[in-house]
Design a protein around this ligand. Sequence first.
Ligand code: ATP
Ligand code: MG
Length: 158
Amino acid sequence: MTEPAVVHLARRRDTTRLGADIAHALEPGDLVLLSGDLGAGKTFLARAIARARGVPEDIAIASPTFTLVQEYETPRGTLLHVDLYRLRDEADRARTVNDVRRLGLDERRAEGAILLVEWGEGLESELGGAASLSVSMKLDADGRSATLTGERRFGPSG
Ligand SMILES: Nc1ncnc2c1ncn2[C@@H]1O[C@H](COP(=O)(O)OP(=O)(O)OP(=O)(O)O)[C@@H](O)[C@H]1O
Ligand SMILES: [Mg+2]
């Protein structure tokens, strides 16, 4: 594990740049967990990663809030953008686990797809095991930031 790295995201373009840095370091089968409150910038960052992996501008990158999973074929392999918010039931973990398992994302990952997952914390087993990178996004009085913890170096310093 790398030491957590904090990146300040004062402007959207900082997040776009972080997305490009992460995209550059991604390898087949990687799992990226994007955490943080509603509106913290998870989807914005996922979109930046997807664009930098080669999803062309004429293909819209919608939030997977309602579809749960959005799939993109890129020149560098399959990318799955996932939002598990609607499946999370804090009162019924067994149900959440079942619902997530049914999506078969662990298998897709084993086949080499890269997973970008919003609201996936605590569901790593159903997502094929430990995250390659966790990005914790925050919006508070100090502004926006992302804290990166990876199994190897991602982002601006690596
Ligand atoms: N520096 C920045 N980085 C990311 N987003 C920013 C930044 N500045 C402003 N924003 C805006 O903040 C919003 C972030 O929304 P986004 O949908 O990415 O949040 P989210 O974390 O995915 O929320 P949810 O949990 O509802 O899915 C966007 O409207 C984006 O344009
Ligand atoms: Mg989102």
